[in-house]
Design a protein around this ligand. Structure first.
Ligand code: KIV
Length: 285
């Protein structure tokens, strides 16, 4: 049985921290799930860390569903959250409900996430009213980063901090079960966390949030692109993996791999026999 939205809300009440990581494929999803995190987000960050785009904007519903299905097969306990891609919930509330529904019906997700503040409240309300748990996402919203002036910390002055506070309250009232707060000052993260009954999940929003999320490829040192200030690399896998690839290449080139240890024995007689046949009747080869 997966972790439910209500379980995250109980954790907030008990003052227990919530942990969320992203996953995009079966193998890593299995490991992340086994680590005991509360939720796994198939983030549209996959556009950058897996598909090689320079933003999340080109990611499609088909991309998201393909990766959500792979992750679903690896996840047993954590709540599986699918990230709604750019323009899958902006054109109409009907489109938003239908696209949210695809994450549940086709990919087996337990919840969806979408970006945006007060203007997205009616969309969240419709999806939640259709019985689908929705996570909000405010602060730095990568799908519309251009309109926010780039990948910058949000909510530093009075006006923008107040807007974030109002966005958070509007999304809670609309029925969001949790809220991602991305790239905002810790003091604003604390203010919003204390003002809401639903949990806040921070990414660059300080230690007072009810939980934390990181992009897994950042945490394990597998993404070579820009690394934001809030990322902690718990392990730096890229140099280890590069070393393994170079060792493989060198060993194959010098004939050290595969060697006997990695080969199958037997078949000598059969090979000899075929050679004999070929010698006697060269045209049969
Ligand atoms: O796409 C993503 O991975 C996200 C997280 C950074 C919260 O939205």
């Amino acid at each position: 049985m997966s972790i439910l939205p209500v379980d995250l809300q109980k954790k907030k009440k008990r003052g227990e921290k919530i942990t969320v990581l992203t996953a995009y494929d079966y193998s890593l999803a299995r490991m992340i799930d086994a680590s005991g995190v509360d939720a796994i987000l198939v983030g549209d960050s996959l556009g950058m860390v897996v598909l090689g785009y320079d933003s999340t904007v080109p990611v499609t519903m088909e991309d998201m569903l393909h990766h959500c299905k792979a992750v679903r097969r690896g996840v047993k306990s954590a709540m599986l959250v699918g990230d709604m891609p750019f323009l899958s919930y902006h054109t109409s509330r009907r489109d938003a409900v239908l696209n949210a529904g695809r994450f549940f019906k086709e990919a087996g997700c337990d919840a969806v996430k979408l970006e945006g503040g007060t203007s997205m409240a009616p969309v969240i309300e419709r999806i939640a009213r259709a019985g689908m748990p929705v996570m909000g996402h405010i602060g730095l919203t990568p799908q519309t980063a251009g309109a926010l002036g780039g990948y910058k910390v949000q909510g530093k002055d009075l006006d923008s901090a107040r807007r974030l506070y109002e966005d958070a309250k509007a999304l809670e009232s609309a029925g969001a079960f949790a809220l991602v707060l991305e790239c905002i000052p810790s003091a604003v993260g604390k203010l919003i966390t204390e003002a809401l009954t639903i949990p806040t999940i921070g990414i660059g929003a300080g230690p007072s949030c009810d939980g934390q999320v990181l992009v897994t490829h950042d945490l394990i040192g597998m993404f070579g692109g820009f690394s934001p200030h809030f990322v902690k690399k718990y392990v730096d896998l890229a140099p280890l993996i590069m070393e393994a690839f170079k060792n493989f290449r060198a060993e194959v080139e010098e004939g050290a791999f595969p060697g006997e240890d990695f080969s199958f024995t037997g078949g000598e007689e059969a090979a000899e026999k075929i050679k004999e046949i070929l010698c006697q009747n060269p045209s049969s080869g």
